[in-house]
Write a protein that binds this ligand. Structure first.
Ligand code: C5P
Length: 222
């Protein structure tokens, strides 16, 4: 790689394979990988645990501001610390999925996370993935990608992921929940999911993780 310390933004809908791909791209470049969705997930976990009324914005913001989220890479593994507790394996629950859009739609919460995310990328050398990385967090990122796949394929991937980790899931319910989450992410007022004008769009339907990773690495090298 000729240039160093780039900022790479990867956005896309749920189940598009962003996390797996971003991780591989970061590894190949020797960069830090940041899964911004995990920050929204961690905050949602805390709000649920503390039984905060999601309509009570003042209370919600109070909790958020008193929360500490740290992202670390330990032995090549990405871990999320919520107020010091490693919650990495506790963030992909149906309950969090159900409530996360409400949290992610609060402008003050997005601004709060935007600042943390920008700080993480200030020196470059980062692959950050999410919904608004190329459009809002790093509008001047060196390379931007928008990763998509058909809803059927995305549902299949999530289904496999969940089944592999021993979780029982109903395929049609899963598809419905992915559709709802996408719709909410695309239609919120603040920094909705959309394709940045200068993003390279990759439809990963039928492509392997390695094929997508190689495509991205080639584009970055250009
Ligand atoms: O990427 P992941 O599916 O884990 O993201 C979970 C949720 O977090 C998304 O559906 C979205 O509501 C929110 N999110 C967001 N902006 C980001 C990353 C995630 O609004 N940059």
């Amino acid at each position: 790689m000729s240039k160093e310390k780039l900022i790479i933004a990867i956005d896309g809908p749920a189940g598009s394979g962003k996390t797996t791909i971003a991780k591989k791209v970061a590894k190949a470049l020797g960069y830090l990988h940041i899964d911004s969705g995990s920050m929204y997930r961690a905050l949602t976990r805390k709000v649920i645990k503390e039984k905060i009324d999601l309509d009570n914005k003042a209370e919600l913001l109070k909790v958020v501001k008193a929360t500490r989220i740290d992202l670390k890479q330990v032995d090549g593994k990405f871990i999320v610390l919520l107020d010091g507790e490693n919650v990495s394996d506790k963030l992909r629950t149906p309950e969090i999925n159900k409530n996360i859009n409400t949290i992610a739609a609060v402008p003050e919460i997005r601004r709060y996370l935007l600042e943390i995310q920008r700080k993480l990328g200030k020196d470059g050398g980062i692959v950050m993935e999410g919904r608004d990385i190329g459009t809002a967090i790093f509008p001047h990122a060196d390379s931007k990608f928008y990763i998509d796949a058909s809803i059927e394929e995305r549902t299949r991937r999530r289904f496999k992921e969940l089944s592999d980790s021993g979780k029982k899931v109903d395929l049609s319910k899963l598809e419905k929940s992915i559709r709802i989450r996408d719709e909410k992410d695309k239609t919120r007022d603040t920094n909705p999911l959309r394709i940045a004008e200068d993003a390279i769009v990759i439809d990963t339907t039928g492509l392997s993780i390695n094929e997508v990773t190689q495509k991205i690495l080639k584009e970055i090298e250009k």
